[in-house]
Design a protein around this ligand. Structure first.
Ligand SMILES: Cc1ncc(COP(=O)(O)O)c(C=O)c1O
Length: 386
């Protein structure tokens, strides 16, 4: 695969490479630097060449849904009913729309913080309350606990917004943990919205378990959101699929104002369909590369022992704990100022995020080496100051 130079990457028009000044290397937003799969490029090209750019017919949605269900069946052993699936513009639209459809203003929505920060925005902007069920940071990694979930229910949680695999910690929740989630959800009559956008970026020996695949009792209260946009790097082009556990849930979603959901684009539907129908081999190669990068990051952290890190079980995101360094500013600020490398702020992921930063390693090895080299310089400067 052709590896672009830093100059090539800097000339890109996407958000990742444009937000910061030209001498900064971005390792923040969850976009990768790799070019998309040729099969997806071809599908989008032929759609554009056909020039049939009117509103997308429902049969195109059906084809995408069929591809999504076949993918979920083959890759994750989970077969949602196609009749209970809907195409949505993106995962966050699915999240925000589900909050509207299944809760009332003032209701609490539970999150497992620190977590993908737009969850909080979606909850608060629709006049619902964020209720935290913090992950427990144990020796063996971050865990969801029954105690945290029950406490969140006691504080008014009516819906659980799950993120599995989890961003930013990289956890892939086990069957045992998910069973606890399912039990609490049943006992407390919670609706579960499960954002599984990172499901296809899981590293062996871990395995993604869609929570709706655990048992019918949990599926019946579940809305699962999936999309090829992270694994296939299509955030600016793709779309997403919402899978409802029952016809009743799907019907309630369908009652949302039409204009709120908008029109999925022809490019998005074609790109997602191509990813799920044809993208398997590309993805399998990508995961090998990402795994090597993941190991590069954890080896590097191993040499810089002051930084806390748990090797991610999924995603191309490393959650780094800089608290042992006792920096007076948040790590992303310091790394930007001293290393000219832009990680995501840990604080933005909510309670539990302070003192952390999230590193995106979805890039070419040479770029990753440069990122780590720059971080090393920022750390070395700290050591001198200390
Ligand atoms: C957990 C999670 N959910 C949702 C999204 C955004 O997805 P979309 O662009 O489909 O709204 C991201 C993007 O990084 C994410 O990490």
């Amino acid at each position: 695969m052709h590896e672009p130079s830093l100059a090539d990457l800097r000339s890109r028009v996407g958000k990742k490479w444009r937000l910061y000044e030209a001498d900064v290397i971005p390792a923040w937003v969850a976009d990768m630097d790799f070019s998309p799969a040729q099969v997806i490029v071809d599908a989008v090209r032929s759609f554009l060449a056909e020039g049939d750019w009117g509103y997308v017919d429902g049969r195109e949605h059906d084809r995408m849904i069929e591809a999504g269900v076949a993918w979920a069946t083959a890759r994750h052993g989970w077969s949602p009913a196609p009749s209970e699936c809907r195409v949505v513009l993106d995962v966050m639209q699915g999240v925000a729309a589900s909050i509207q459809a299944f809760t009332q203003p003032g209701d609490g929505v539970i999150i497992t913080n620190p977590v993908y920060h737009p969850f909080g925005w979606a909850i608060e902007s629709s006049d619902r309350a964020v209720v935290e069920a913090p992950l427990t940071d144990r020796e063996d990694g971050f865990r969801i606990t029954r105690a945290a979930l029950e406490a969140a229910v006691d504080r008014g949680g009516k819906m659980l917004l799950l993120c599995n695999p989890h961003n930013p910690t990289g956890r892939v929740f086990s069957a045992t943990e998910l069973a606890v989630v399912a039990e609490v959800a049943s006992e407390a009559d919670l609706i579960v919205v499960s954002d599984e956008i990172h499901a296809d970026l899981v590293y062996e020996p871990h395995r993604h378990i869609p929570i709706a695949a655990l048992a019918p009792a949990i599926a019946d209260r579940c809305i699962t959101l999936v999309s090829p946009s992270k694994a296939f790097n299509l955030a600016g082009v793709g779309c997403a699929m919402a899978a409802f556990g029952t016809p009743e849930l799907a019907a309630r979603f369908d009652e949302l104002p039409f204009a709120l959901l908008g029109h999925p684009t022809g490019t998005g539907v074609r790109a997602a369909t191509a990813a799920w129908e044809l993208g398997g081999p590309w993805l399998d190669e990508l995961r090998v590369r990402l795994r090597a990068n993941r190991d590069t990051v954890s080896d590097w952290v191993g040499e810089n022992r002051q930084i806390g890190h748990r090797v991610p079980e999924a995603t191309y995101l490393a959650w780094l704990d800089f608290r042992p360094l006792h920096w007076s500013v948040e790590p992303h600020e310091r790394l930007l100022a001293k290393g000219r490398v832009a990680l995501s702020s840990g604080v933005q992921f909510g309670t539990g995020g302070a003192g952390h930063a999230r590193l995106n390693f979805g890039t070419y090895p040479a770029v990753l080496d440069e990122i780590l080299h720059r971080m090393e310089s920022a750390l070395a400067e700290t050591r001198l100051v200390l």
